[in-house]
Design a protein around this ligand. Structure first.
Ligand code: NAP
Length: 265
């Protein structure tokens, strides 16, 4: 594979700093710059913990003009991630984006931009390949088990609940499962919320505790048996094989892909 020139936005962050390591350690990847909202004019290796000698830009257009990258990896925030994704496509740079919060309208607009520019884009709310497989395996299981509950567990700094992966899992299961109202028809919540959120009759439970990273169990029940499909991310390195896969794939496509499940066989 020919060398892929990469810019990372959010490089100082927990995900971004892992992505810097990934790019440095991957033979056919080359880091050419980073985008930050501070440290303009400095080199990345002037910041503590980094060895890559590449420029830091606060102006994304200037960064793209001067470094001429193939790919932008964006690991910033939902608001900034959206702006950067659009800017990248407008500049002919293929975005690989790990931030969430894209609406249907945003995705349509980005899809149109990929068509106009004839380049690919990948937005992946979850880069953990194990989590993608958990969703796919759950979809297979749901054809045989109608009764299912999802328990997702995350660190206590997470702002949204249920998690994007929890919702996505319930949607993928809904696509193949005959809709069913689970539990006893007369069940009553003694304390509101006890039975969790309800997506097409599938119950979603969100646990938030310090010490956790990202974990999810999909629990199926049938006559005399249960089936548990579980995934655990123990650190942010767990997301990097998915980032690598996305960068390699985004170079080969000319459309917008939303979700790594669409590029994993
Ligand atoms: P983090 O540690 O807070 O890192 C975010 C980084 O972005 C920080 O260095 C932040 O700088 C920087 N930043 C903020 N605004 C910026 C801007 N305008 N331009 C450039 N950089 C900017 O968060 P994280 O845990 O690494 O997560 C990063 C993102 O990835 C989040 O949106 C998170 O939800 C997402 N995420 C995705 C996955 C996945 O699998 N897809 C997994 C985990 C996390 P300051 O600290 O100075 O503000």
């Amino acid at each position: 594979m020919s060398e892929v020139k990469i810019v990372i936005a959010g490089a100082r962050g927990r995900m971004g700093s892992e992505a810097v390591k990934l790019v440095e350690e991957t033979e056919h990847f080359q880091l050419v710059g980073v985008i930050d909202h501070k440290n303009e004019g400095m080199r990345l290796n002037e910041l503590e913990g980094f060895t890559a000698d590449v420029p830091i830009y606060t102006d994304i257009d200037k960064c793209f003009f001067e470094t001429n990258p193939d790919v932008l990896i964006d690991l910033t925030t939902p608001e900034i991630g959206k702006v950067h994704t659009k800017k990248a496509l407008q500049n002919g740079v293929r975005p690989v984006v790990g931030t969430t919060g894209f609406s249907e309208k945003d995705l349509n607009e980005l899809q149109q931009l990929t068509e106009e520019k004839g380049i690919g884009a990948i937005i992946a709310p979850n880069f953990a390949i194990g989590a993608i497989l958990m969703m796919k395996f759950s979809q297979i299981a749901a054809k045989y088990f109608q009764d299912v509950e999802i328990i997702e567990q995350h660190h206590d700094q997470k702002l949204d609940a249920p998690s994007g992966t929890g919702i996505k899992t319930a949607e993928m299961i809904s696509a193949v499962r005959e809709e069913k109202q689970q539990g006893h028809p007369d069940e009553k919540e003694i304390i509101e919320g006890a039975r969790g959120a309800n997506l097409n009759g599938i119950r979603l439970h969100s646990v938030r505790l310090p010490g956790l990273i990202a974990h999810q169990e999909v629990l199926f029940g049938g006559d005399g048996q249960t089936l548990k499909i579980r995934h655990d991310s123990y650190n942010r390195a767990s997301f990097m094989s998915g980032v690598k896969l996305a960068v390699e794939n985004v170079m080969k496509i000319d459309l917008l892909v939303y979700g790594l499940e669409n590029i994993i066989e």
